[in-house]
Design a protein around this ligand. Sequence first.
Ligand code: ZN
Length: 396
Amino acid sequence: MSLPPLVEPAAELTVEEVRRYSRHIIIPDVGMVGQKRLKNAKVLCVGAGGLGSPTLMYLAAAGVGTLGIVEFDTVDESNLQRQIIHGQSDIGRSKAQSAADSVREINPLVNINIHETRLDNSNVMELFSQYDLIVDGTDNFATRYMVNDACVLLNKPYIWGSIYRFDGQASVFWSEYGPCYRCLYPEPPPPGMVPSCAEGGVLGVLCASIGSIQVNEAIKVLTGIGEPLVGSLMVYDALEMTYRKIKVRKDPNCAICSDHPTVTGLIDYEYFCGSVSEEAKDAIVDSTISVRQLEDMLQARDRGETDFLLVDVREPNEFDIVRIPGSVLIPKNEFLMGNALEGMPQDKPIVLHCKVGGRSAEVLAVVKGAGFSDAVHVGGGVLAWVSQIEPDKPTY
Ligand SMILES: [Zn+2]
């Protein structure tokens, strides 16, 4: 799908700019007008890490007039294997400052806005509203859903990329013309299911492969040339050396970009993504069962062969939407306040579950800490139960 240019052209290019960008200007599809659009463009890059490095460097070199950098981290030695915007002498420095220095060295004509802050609900809308387009180089799900929702609410194009080991994905989410990130991934993966690059590793050069696609798409959207990855997911396999383009449709039931959204403002993304504490991570080791195991246990319980207490730790309204048969509702807070522990049985094991596994992991840590050492929780929660055991039941 070709789209109109996002940005109006700047009034003029200086002689210096014409000299610098001549290899762009002589491409008929770009031309003087396309370069003037880039000059007028304001692009915000979320993160100056693996994807942010090549993204910022090529956007700067291309002559994007204003570049924003949101980053609060400092440069670590282990970053240098892939985050090529930083160098040896930058170790320990602010990544935002280090990235800005590199951008200035590549192209002093670029205006740089440094936002040395952690992007969160309190600043994301105000920050995004200052830019035409958002390029996302973050690697955590809570931030991704927040970036997506802010972009949908502000109607900004969102250039997304993700990398892991030898695999990369990229797309352009723009709810005015196509699907958003939630249309593709309505629910975050269960906590701990998808390891980060820090946990699982990443081939350094993969950042360049995916970052360059993001820049490519940003330039197309800004100048209105070609067909951007709106409604398409690019899947790259560095080992097979294949690029596959997969169609992504707008989800008519999307929580935020459909005609009847259930999400109409920013939400608690840490909670939504079930980010869990260190205690919970420790508690679930060797104490996590699958929904299939739970199904077997429930059948054995029905036959009178075993007994256990299945506790749903979600909220009552969630329990009303969908529940696992034979569960009892005791919301997480009842455990955190301590008053639910008195009612726990001493003579049979406790099985905990929630929506995706984050809250039940937290409760598991509390319950085990209170001496119920044989307690377990259900990985993937009620959503995994519905998708694998009772697919006709509703999800949310
Ligand atoms: Zn959507």
